[in-house]
Design a protein around this ligand. Sequence first.
Ligand code: GLC
Length: 796
Amino acid sequence: MQYGYFDESTREYVITNPNTPAPWANYLGSPEYGAIITQSAGGYSFVKSGAAGRLLRYTFNQFDEPGRYLYLRDDRDGDYWSASWKPVGKPLDAYHTVCRHGLGYTAMDTEYAGIISKALYYVPMGATHEVWRLTVENPGAVTREISVFGYCEFSNENNYEQDMVNLQYTQFISHTTFGGDHVLQHINEFWDRQADGTNGRERFFGLAGAQVASHTGSRAAFLGRNRFDAPHAVETGHCDGSECYNGNPCGALHTALTLAPGEKRTLVFLLGQKNAAQARALIDRYAVAPEATVQAEWEALKAYWQGELAALRVHTPDERFNAMVNTWNAFQCFTTVVWSRAASLIYCGQRNGYGYRDTVQDIQGITHLDPAMARQRLTFMLSAQVHHGAGLPLVKYSHQPGHEDTPEQESYVKETGHPHYRADDALWLFPTVYKYVAETGDAAYLNEVIPYADKDEGTVLDHLKRALDFSFHHVGPHGMPAGLHADWNDCLRLGERGESTFVAFQLLYAMRILQELLPAGDPYQQTLAEQSERLLQTLNSVCLESDRYIRGFTEQGAVIGSGADAEASLWLNPQSWAVISGAATGAQADTLMQTVFEGLNTPYGLQVMAPPYRYGAFDGARMLLFNPGTKENGSVFCQPQGWAILAEALLGHGERAFRYFAESSPASFNDNADLRGIEPYVHSQFIEGADSPYAGRAHVHWLTGTASTVMVGCVEGILGLRPTPKGLVVSPAIPSAWDGFTMQKTFRGKMLRITVQNPEHRESGVTRLVLNGSEHAPGVILTEELQADNELLVVL
Ligand code: GLC
């Protein structure tokens, strides 16, 4: 079943049937003030941390409650509904609604009982409060008496867990007061009290644009014995004026509108962690011209996001590919890089920092769109590399370069819960640094001096060299990288003696990149070439079975992932990374990827390995914890799809590359959304594999490394936009059915209008390149050859 569609003209995903199989969410604001909202207005808000700065309560594992509720009530007959379909949930034949998830905002337009309502939720640019605008219109011929109730459920305190479970404490620390146009929640009111009578813990829920007719600060008074579909206050038409004093607080504000025929009113509900004076200032600001203020803020937000996504615009024959690459995958990449794994409907916000590999990977998804942001984040992550080259497993939000403890120290372990290094973390820096330098041409960045996390400092090149040192200091009996606490796969614990083929390919790739980045003639290039050769020989002598690379060796030296094994006999990443790293080429590469296709492909993409572990797992194969076909235990783990897309594209296999994109892309499920469950515009961490009775069902939305790898697979792989330090290579790998496509790319401040023609219906291979009317040899287009505005013709 289909619940909505992509509107590329507005860059919105438009939900036309709100009865979706799961809550379909959007992101507002940033972690400074962050909000998650679903098409039923469910979700929560927080300041800085979803777990430690929680403002709005959300009950995980329920369908989707509570949320930012706006109720409308016809005061003549007592009928009521909500501005989002749920929580009241009127029959959809009488209740007409669309929900538009846009970039940084969510809007819901509904019509019921002859009343039109338009709700708009957003966090203004750079602000630390949120806005719920509601316009209510009477298009009919008779005057209507409509009550509106705004409701938010405050948590009892900022710590989410305390709020949920430590009731003997949290129910007795908070109370509300009424300020005429707002409810103010006080927490530990007389604790940490400043001279001005505040303690920084106040929250408010206010109304601008109309008089408050009644209010309550008590959740129990608002709901009575009912639930959100029939709150007592809405049923009776007014709030009882009670405050919360112990128990559960809320903000509930009621206003009574008389709407003449054709009349429209705009109300603005405001919410934030603000004291009375700050609340007053905000409400007054919106009250002057509610409609215009909101409109201006909304426009600014839209303009910001248009700007962020402007550097690449593609127009291929596949609308869903376009919608993902131009808008939704791009927005998700910004969301992952900014929010890391902080807060979603799955992550409650307890991870108090950035996972090293996650963020370094995330940067790759935005480098082509906002290289300045990429640089800033990359510098931050380089400053979280320990002096011996490893990445800190968790980089605290409060990270102080040069002054951090490390896993070698008890204090770090106590604070973060991470006692060990992972084998892969710092190796992700190589492709990320390369992409930044290649996108911008900013080779000087390589000489920028950046501190290490604990002590010392060095240039970016030094940081990369030390990352290699770390890998070479941790090798196993075959001379391959040890798997340590994990490699990319969090469930592979190979320790100091077990070895990882994936990391070996990462290391090869890293050395290849460093050779390219080092100044010509640098003696270290020779060392790298020798080390690479040795590692490649080892890989080919101990890890290669005719049609596949094994996954590695256990601590006891047993082979993982041999074709002869009953379980886990084929693993995706070693094959795709053999290609990406350049280790496998030609017929060998084709064979590896053919093995992948035959052994791992499902209608929903490639399984990360097969068959899943059940009886034959080794100690350290922690995926055994998961149900077969789930997560690392043989699901279609989606992040590796991006690498498979890239590998196939690098081999010129446009059909396969696109096939892997299409099989696992959320947009492909748009008309079969019940199967996938979660949002058809958002990549998931994984899709249940062939061994699950529910193959095709997707999980862990939004905050996943899938966003960046699939973006890279699409942009560098399928579209073939491959920047190098010298310039740009354009070498698409596409379905042969495509006649061609166009794209606009901003590259180093210059505009390229690219037309790809495919008259012979090939999958790849550039036969002709015409730059600004002149024939150009296939290969790199140098920066110097570009004008401010360029026309590039690429013929396959
Ligand atoms: C999760 C983790 C990521 C890891 C992956 C595979 O997505 O966030 O860091 O690489 O699982 O285990």
